[in-house]
Write a protein that binds this ligand. Structure first.
Ligand code: SAM
Length: 285
């Protein structure tokens, strides 16, 4: 729904709030077998991708999300080599993962090839590592892909999915987390985007903690970071470790980052791990 034809507005009905961007033009719209994708050119946020009416990616602020979905989990693992990304079809998370020189393979599994093809066209900077020899792009259901993985074959799983509706619903479930747990090698970690701390701690983050623990993960921790494009402007990712406490295992290496970032650094990592009181209460309750 729009205020008028010069604005894109996403209404967050349950919270009685909305987010709007002034647009210059609508560049593309299509209904794929999985979802409706729209691309806009905006006045101030560059290009904007919308899936099923929800903001996904903008040129201007995607670095916040993509860096925080990648670097905290990768610096929490003592020696990550094999990464699987579920979703993430815009390829921004893949680009960040491949900045880590120790990564030997990164497999991105998005259900919808059209997200990647449109990202190549409208967000080429996010796709600049797609031809890296360590990268594999697959187009399949991530739930099925993880179920079929060899036990103990992956160091880090990154779940960069849409909201828990439609094809992404099963990614927010105990059976999925059980399959992720089985696929992870010793010391293995998963990170999953877990929506807004302000709006979704009760409905998404707390159930995710409970399901991850029930699936066998030894420790679970939620990090938070700003993300203007998403509901409330404040977002989260939830990390779980198979068999160890979630910790900043390679803090010294993060202090001397061997690659450029716009948001992530060691101090940001430490700050993102701090839980506000209201979250602590809800997560422990
Ligand atoms: N950063 C975004 C957010 O938090 O809203 C997510 C962006 S990314 C484009 C989300 C991707 O998840 C989409 O490309 C969608 O096709 C993919 N996806 C949804 N369900 C999936 C599933 N079951 N398996 C693999 N990919 C899935």
């Amino acid at each position: 729904m729009s205020l008028d034809d010069r604005w894109f507005t996403e209404i967050h009905a349950a919270e009685g709030s909305a987010f709007s961007l002034k647009i210059k033009a609508k560049l593309h719209e299509e209904q794929t077998p999985f979802q409706k994708i729209e691309i806009y050119d905006t006045e101030t946020y560059g290009k904007l991708m919308i899936i099923d009416g929800c903001t996904m990616v903008s040129t201007y602020d995607n670095f916040l999300y993509h860096e925080m979905m990648s670097h905290p989990v990768l610096f929490s693992h003592p020696n990550p080599k094999r990464v699987v990304i579920i979703g993430g079809g815009d390829c921004g998370t893949l680009r960040e993962v491949l900045k880590h020189p120790g990564i030997e393979s990164a497999v991105q599994v998005d259900i919808d090839e059209r997200v990647t093809r449109l990202s190549e066209q409208y967000f080429p900077e996010l796709c600049e590592s797609n031809d890296d020899p360590r990268a594999t792009l697959m187009f399949d259901d991530g739930i099925k892909y993880v179920k079929d993985l060899e036990p103990g074959s992956v160091d880090v799983v990154i779940v960069d999915s849409t909201d828990p509706v439609g094809p992404a619903e099963g990614l927010f479930s105990r059976p999925f987390f059980e399959d992720v747990h089985r696929a992870l090698a010793p010391n293995g970690l998963v990170v999953q985007q877990s929506e807004s701390p302000l709006y979704h701690t009760d409905r998404i983050i707390k159930p995710m903690h409970d399901m991850m623990r029930a699936a066998g993960f030894l420790d679970v921790m939620t990090i938070t970071f700003p993300q203007p494009l998403y509901p409330s402007g404040w977002w989260s990712a939830t990390l779980a470790c198979k068999d160890m406490p979630v910790m900043f295992a390679r803090e010294e290496q993060a202090e001397e980052l061997p690659f450029p970032t716009e948001y992530y650094n060691a101090a940001v990592h430490r700050a993102a791990c701090a839980s506000p009181n209201f979250m602590l209460k809800k997560l422990m309750g």
